[in-house]
Structure formats: C-alpha cells, structure tokens
Design a protein. Structure first.
Length: 216
C-alpha cells in the first residue's frame, strides 16, 4: 500500500485530537511551552496510533520511514512527534549508521525529555551496538554545548554497555567530565548507565564510581 504522508499525518492528528481532553492539553502546554502544539492524547493513544501505522504499512522501508518521521517531527506537535519516535523504536532494525545525522537532529530538537530518553536508548543505543565506529560520535556529542546531546550520548552508551560486555572503557573516556555538569536528568542518566554496565563489568564500574565520588 502506498503511503501519502500528508493524508496519514492528517488522519493521525484528527484521531489523536478526538482522543484528547482540554485538561490534558493545558497540562501538556504548561510542561512543554509554546514551542509545540499539544492535542491532549495519552501515551496509550500514541502507542496505539504508532502500532496502527506499522501494521498498516508492513513493507515500509528505511527511506520511507525516516521521511515520514521527519514529516511528523516537522509538525511541531507533541503527539505526532511521539508517534514518530514510537515508529522508529518499533522498526529500529531498519536504521543504519549513516542515519546518525537524522537521529541526532531529533535528539537535539526535542521538547520532551522522556521521548528523548527513549530515542537515545532504544534508537541511538541500538545504532551504537550495530556499529562501534559511532562511539566517536558519542564522544563528540558528550562534549557538545547542548545538554540534550550530552544526555543522549550517556543514554545511548548506557544502553550499549548494558547490551554487550567490553564497552565500559569507551564510555568512561567521555563520561568523567559529565559528572560535574549541573543537570539532574544528565546525572540520572549517568547513574542508570553505570548500573547497566555493572551487569558486565562491575569492577570497572565501581572503580569509576569511586573515582568520581558516585554511589551505585
């Protein structure tokens, strides 16, 4: 079945608007500000909508998927962006290392830290597991002035270290300086990454934690 991006986006917008409530719209706009539009739908509504797209278009390829997600992201609508993120996570096996710029753009431009965390761990993290050469990009992101990219680097590295042994040394190379950054979500991400890595390399993780005065 061919996919008309404009039509599918319009259908999603109508569906999620009907499922929303004025109270939730007000709550979301207070949390996310005026930079994005909110429809008031729930996370469950978003998950169902994303699953419907994946089911409706089972032959969706990498190029079509990333283009559709770009369309949803460009809408600057919270729920449509969330649908796009959920589609990427569901079909993450389609993402290739050369999609890094695309994924990094989503991570830098995000408005919802929970959504950013999911993209970083489940999409960027999977990319890093697939291609070790992307660790140099995590190092670059960790040195960025963007705290969103710093969080993404840590979350992706944590997912990779939790999935595979022998990666913690790469993480430790850029994680040390981040322990001094005054950003609570970043510090929580660092702690979560250390816990994930300790499943494979507990001694190295404990040494890192002791060096940087962190408790596991």
């Amino acid at each position: 079945m061919s996919m008309n991006f404009g039509r599918e986006q319009a259908v999603l917008r109508q569906q999620l608007t009907e499922q929303g409530s004025p109270e939730r719209v007000a709550e979301q706009q207070s949390a996310y500000g005026d930079g994005v539009k909110c429809l008031g739908a729930t996370a469950a509504d978003v998950a169902t909508a994303a699953a419907g797209i994946v089911e409706q278009f089972p032959t969706m390829g990498r190029a079509q998927m990333t283009a559709f997600v770009r369309t949803l992201w460009g809408s600057k609508t919270h729920e449509l962006r969330a649908v796009g993120a959920a589609i990427l996570v569901t079909r993450v096996e389609l993402i290739e290392p050369h999609d890094l710029a695309f994924v990094e753009g989503l991570l830098k431009d995000g408005h919802d830290d929970d959504m950013q965390a999911r993209l970083a761990a489940d999409v960027l993290g999977a990319m890093v597991v697939k291609s070790k050469r992307l660790w140099k990009d995590l190092q670059r992101m960790a040195k960025s002035k963007s705290v969103q990219l710093q969080r993404a680097a840590v979350r992706a590295a944590g997912a990779a270290c939790g999935a595979e042994a022998g990666l913690f040394e790469r993480f430790a190379k850029f994680a040390g300086p981040l322990t001094a950054v005054q950003d609570e979500p970043l510090q929580r991400a660092l702690d979560a990454a250390l816990v994930a890595a300790s499943a494979h390399e507990e001694a190295a993780v404990r040494a890192f934690a002791a060096e940087h005065d962190r408790a596991l």
